[in-house]
Design a protein around this ligand. Structure first.
Ligand code: TMP
Length: 208
């Protein structure tokens, strides 16, 4: 039996990693085999690309090279980890996936959605999540949490200006509206147990 692939998306510091952990624990407790992974990264080769993408100066890559590197990391991640695990009947939870490239490089970076989707078709045969959980927080609350979490330091992409991150947030909302069958919007405000309960409720139909 084929497993399930769920991506968790959202802007910076909306609580994705905490929620992935809680969701993975709940799925394991229900007897499912679960793999938790992240992008960029998830395999040795893709983790090496992650370091290239997130470290270094703001102008280390232009937006085209950046999009290609994300797509290259994803191609390895899909081929070597995600697809085999799902085909073996497991549940894969990924902290970010294709929609991050669409929002960050495609919309906020200005490359356009078609360019990102073309790269994804080439790199990963257009492989898509069964469900995408979009965690949403008001921008000022996300900025406050990012300051607490990172203490004023952030990576090459997280450190971009507020207009860039506002464009990312708007792009995610548009994708969710365009694909209501794949996306679930999750209110990420409040404590982590409350957010987890919302997520668990939203994936209920997949558990049947
Ligand atoms: P993280 O901080 O959630 O681990 O993600 C790393 C950063 O990379 C974050 O700022 C979002 C960014 N990113 C992109 O710009 N495009 C992508 O395709 C992915 C997966 C992440």
């Amino acid at each position: 039996m084929r497993g399930r692939f769920i991506s968790i998306e959202g802007g910076e510091a909306v609580g994705k990693s905490t929620q992935i952990r809680l969701l993975a624990d709940a799925l394991k407790a229900s007897g499912r085999s679960v793999t938790v992974t992240r992008e960029p990264g998830g395999t040795d080769s893709a983790e090496a690309i992650r370091a290239l993408l997130l470290e270094g100066g703001a102008d280390r890559w232009n937006v085209r090279s950046e999009a290609l590197l994300f797509a290259a990391a994803r191609a390895d991640h899909v081929a070597r980890l995600i697809r085999p695990a799902v085909e073996a009947g497991g549940w894969v939870l990924s902290d970010r996936f294709l929609d991050s490239s669409r929002a960050y490089q495609g919309v906020a970076g200005g490359l356009g959605d078609d360019a990102i989707l073309d790269l994804h078709r080439f790199g990963s045969q257009g492989f898509l999540p069964d469900r995408t959980l979009l965690l949403e927080l008001p921008a000022d609350e996300a900025a406050r949490r990012a300051t607490v979490r990172d203490g004023g330091t952030s990576d090459r992409i997280g450190g971009r200006d507020a207009a860039y991150h506002a464009a990312v947030a708007q792009a995610f909302r548009t994708f969710a509206a365009d694909h209501p069958d794949r996306f679930c919007l999750i209110d990420a405000s409040g404590d982590s147990a409350a957010v987890h309960a919302r997520i668990w409720h939203s994936i209920g139909p997949m558990l049947a």
